[in-house]
Write a protein that binds this ligand. Structure first.
Ligand code: ZN
Ligand code: ZN
Length: 330
């Protein structure tokens, strides 16, 4: 990325330096909201294929390279299994009430990193299954803490795995974000749910009828949604309505197991494939649909999003839902 603001270009003396704090820019004609986060231009980026533990800030023993820890899942002695730290290059940060950022809105919230292994693993498949459950358990605890704060409207956890998925550091990690508003995609899902008694029950019934269920664990189901954006897109959700993962501590073990299983199948079908996943939960404020299910959407990044996707908002894929599910089960 270019333009990381090293100050080498001089500014007229009377012009104040640009505000480096994150903010929200709104375009009401489109409509569109953009997070403007100038400090992110300076974040470190691993060269693909050249990730090294020597200077990795997420490896055990390098804790001094990161901001102070928020929470950890302890290991033996002074060791840790997983830890959560503030994101040094946040898209949101804590703003005092009444703060302003010019014509934009202050981007108030929380942005943290969940480091999922003390070792320099670059795939979740390299993590011991018990330790992987611990990482999810820590994540669930942190989401529960954020729900208690009272200043956030919505939270998520998301993973960028590999450069095509937007990862800048290769060491396994996810990001936890809490926003002061409910973002457009979540609003759209909730609006849709408002007209249906239980849209996710319908999704589960149709997936069973169409042979799109990939696997189950405890009360959770991994299925290919009816309109996958890429081959092998998979969602994980509870069979019964539960709006928030942060209130569903009993599901995190099965969620950990199913994420491992799906990523393992993806790795078998498309070795080295990059992918994203993200959690959609109901908001923390306002009226909720009567019956709603949190869900984790796992999106392989086998091809890039290009002009057609940007122009239309529609995706083009080479494999439909039933075929994707059949291959993922094989
Ligand atoms: Zn590392
Ligand atoms: Zn969703």
């Amino acid at each position: 990325m270019s333009g990381n603001g090293d100050g080498s270009r001089s500014r007229p003396a009377e012009e104040p330096p640009p505000d480096p704090r994150p903010r929200l820019a709104h375009d009401r004609a489109v409509p569109r909201t953009v997070f403007v986060a100038p400090r992110r231009a300076a974040r470190p980026i691993d060269t693909p294929g050249d990730s090294s533990a020597a200077d990795c800030p997420f490896c055990a023993g390098h804790e001094h390279l990161t901001p102070d820890e928020v929470l950890r899942f302890p290991g033996p002695a002074a060791a840790w299994v997983a830890r959560i730290i503030p994101n040094r290059y946040p898209v949101v940060e804590a703003f005092a009430a009444g703060s302003t950022t010019g014509s934009d809105t202050p981007a108030h919230g929380v942005h943290e990193v969940l480091v999922e292994s003390p070792d320099h693993q670059t795939s979740i498949l390299g993590i011991d299954p018990v330790a992987w459950r611990a990482a999810w358990s820590l994540c669930q605890r942190r989401l529960a803490q954020l729900a208690e704060r009272g200043d956030l409207a919505w939270t998520t956890v998301f993973k960028n795995s590999g450069p095509a998925a937007g990862a800048s550091l290769a060491h396994v990690h996810s990001q936890i974000v809490g926003l002061a508003f409910v973002p457009p995609l979540a609003v759209a899902e909730l609006d849709l749910a408002g007209g249906v008694a239980d849209p996710f029950a319908d999704l589960l019934t149709a997936a069973a009828a169409d042979d799109r269920i990939v696997a189950t664990a405890a009360d959770l189901v991994a299925l290919v949604p009816p309109a996958p954006r890429q081959p092998y897109e998979t969602w994980i959700l509870p069979r019964h309505p539960r709006p928030h993962l942060h209130a569903d501590a009993g599901s995190v073990g099965a969620l950990a197991d199913l994420t491992r299983l799906v990523v393992g199948r993806l790795e078998h079908l498309a070795p080295g494939a990059d992918y994203n996943w993200w959690l959609h939960q109901a908001p923390l404020v306002g009226l909720l649909p009567a019956r709603w299910h949190w869900h984790l959407e796992i999106l392989p990044r086998l091809s890039g999003f290009a002009g057609f996707e940007l122009a239309t908002g529609c995706h083009v894929t080479t494999a439909g839902a039933t075929e994707s599910a059949r291959q993922l089960r094989a």
